[in-house]
Design a protein around this ligand. Structure first.
Ligand code: MG
Ligand code: MG
Length: 250
């Protein structure tokens, strides 16, 4: 495993990339409405990223055909934007966004409600967001990656939610996926966090079971029991004073 700790110069570029991702999320928050297609959201995201002189990181990544991943209800991650997917009242949609600016990547996902959602889905969104921030509290020098994972696991258990096992967080920098991999549950990981590490933390929690399946399109990951899933992610810089979220507005 090789973990590249970023210099101040590199962190500043990652902040720019993260700011662009945050700009897109701000636009998605407003654009997510009943009747909108996920393709329309994708086109809006592409436009904003390009206007900010960045590139959509996901587009073409292992052949992925979208700027965003748009995953509805029981879909966990990697949903392909489509003219055929029209948002309905009561849906939830997880939107994952990556932007590359001057060679550095920002990566952040959020799950949005479409109109009025069920109490179960409200709880799922609240709990998954809570688990992200519980994990982030441990993103400081000399803390352990295991404590990030454990904090996420504890929130999931508190709300009796499933935890997606096959996907997780990751180092991020010049590449979208760098070491280390970050499980969203305890694995007896011995990695000690150090200043300059930049890691995307991204719990994916489910109303039902842990298990997921991949669709025939080879991308869309859904829960095996078809119950709803949520996904919240930030790219975060480990500092001596705690977590510095990079995927936020500057
Ligand atoms: Mg992501
Ligand atoms: Mg990620």
């Amino acid at each position: 495993m090789s973990i590249h700790r970023k210099s101040k110069f590199e962190i500043n570029l990652m902040k720019q990339a993260g700011n662009i991702v945050a700009l897109v999320h701000a636009a998605m928050k407003d654009a997510v409405k009943e009747g909108v297609t996920t393709k329309e959201l994708d086109e809006l995201a592409f436009k904003i990223i390009k206007e900010n002189k960045a590139d959509p990181t996901f587009l073409g990544y292992h052949g992925f055909p979208g700027t965003i991943c748009a995953s509805i209800n029981e879909q966990v991650v990697h949903g392909i934007p489509s003219n055929d997917v029209i948002l309905k009242n009561g849906d939830i949609i997880s939107i994952d966004i990556g932007a590359t600016y001057k060679g550095f990547v920002g990566d952040s996902a959020w799950t949005y409600a479409v109109g009025d959602i069920s109490d179960d889905k409200k709880m799922l969104l609240k709990a998954t967001e809570e688990s992200l921030f519980a994990g982030l509290e441990h993103m400081k020098s000399n803390d352990m990656l295991e404590n990030v994972a454990g904090a996420i696991e504890d929130v999931a258990k508190k709300y009796n939610l499933g935890i997606v096992r096959q996907y997780g967080g990751h180092g991020v920098g010049r590449q979208m996926h760098e070491d280390p991999f970050v499980f969203n549950y305890r694995t007896n990981n011995k990695l000690v966090l150090q200043k300059g590490m930049t890691i995307a933390i991204e719990p994916m929690l489910n109303l039902g079971c842990d298990e997921v399946t991949v669709a025939d399109d080879d991308w869309t990951v859904s829960t095996a029991d078809k119950k709803a899933s949520a996904h919240f992610e930030h790219t975060v810089h480990v500092t001596d004073n705690g977590p510095e979220i990079l995927t936020k507005l500057l």
